[in-house]
Design a protein around this ligand. Structure first.
Ligand SMILES: [Zn+2]
Length: 230
């Protein structure tokens, strides 16, 4: 085993027995790495105190040379200079689960940008932005250019089943629910990462439910199975 030092973000921590755990991190070479972490469950463990989601961490580990054995954690410490996300952020945990389930590699810079954005949001806003990002990262199409059926530029609503915007005529013929104009527009802001508009957005719960259903129906990620989401 050779010793390696890298920057990373914590994606997951699973207890293996009373004292030890397996942690999964996204490292600055865009890899998702699982490591055996001895003693992190002991009360006085220094490493344990630094295992914080959304915090930029420096990790020292012994890299496994075999594909069948895990690398081993030596030391982990927070090197965050910005505001850490210390609360239990549901959106962040869903994003982490999604990344682990769907990727061997993930762009570190992209994740860092995402963390910087949600660190300025409250938990509902973070959940909205996180759910939207899961749709984007899954590669699932969401048509925000024109009516998904006929291509008309005049937008009346947005549809889960038709995966994007609909014009008045198509929405009417499909008997689709007509969302508020502000509701339709927020998707463009989310796409452009213009999250300031979320602060005064009136339909947060409606949007969370829309995005959850969108993911459940159109993305191969069973959100309702995760973390007891109902
Ligand atoms: Zn149409």
């Amino acid at each position: 085993m050779s010793e390696t030092i890298m920057k990373c973000y914590l994606l997951d921590e699973k207890e293996t027995n009373t004292f030890d755990s397996v942690i999964t991190v996204l490292t600055n070479d865009n890899s998702i790495v699982s490591l055996y972490a001895y003693g992190t469950k002991k009360i006085l463990s220094k490493n344990s105190r630094n295992l914080i989601y959304g915090d930029l961490l420096e990790i020292e580990f012994f890299r496994s040379r075999s594909k069948n054995s895990l690398s081993k954690l030596k030391k982990i410490k927070s090197i965050n200079n910005s505001k850490p996300i210390n609360y239990w952020d549901f959106g962040l945990l869903l994003v982490n689960t999604f990344i682990i389930e769907n990727n061997k590699y993930f762009k570190f810079k992209e994740y860092e940008n995402y963390i910087n954005i949600i660190s300025n949001l409250d938990t509902d806003e973070s959940l909205i932005f996180s759910l939207f990002k899961i749709i984007v990262w899954s590669g699932t199409l969401i048509n925000l250019r024109c009516c998904s059926i006929c291509g008309d530029n005049k937008i009346k609503t947005i549809s889960i089943g038709k995966m994007g915007y609909l014009c008045a005529k198509c929405a009417h013929s499909l008997n689709e629910y007509i969302h508020d104009t502000d509701f339709n527009k927020i998707f463009i802001d989310l796409k452009n990462e213009n999250v300031d508009t979320l602060k005064d957005f009136k339909f947060k719960n409606q949007l969370i439910n829309f995005l959850k259903s969108y993911i459940d129906k159109n993305v191969g990620f069973k959100i309702y199975n995760h973390l007891g989401v109902k």
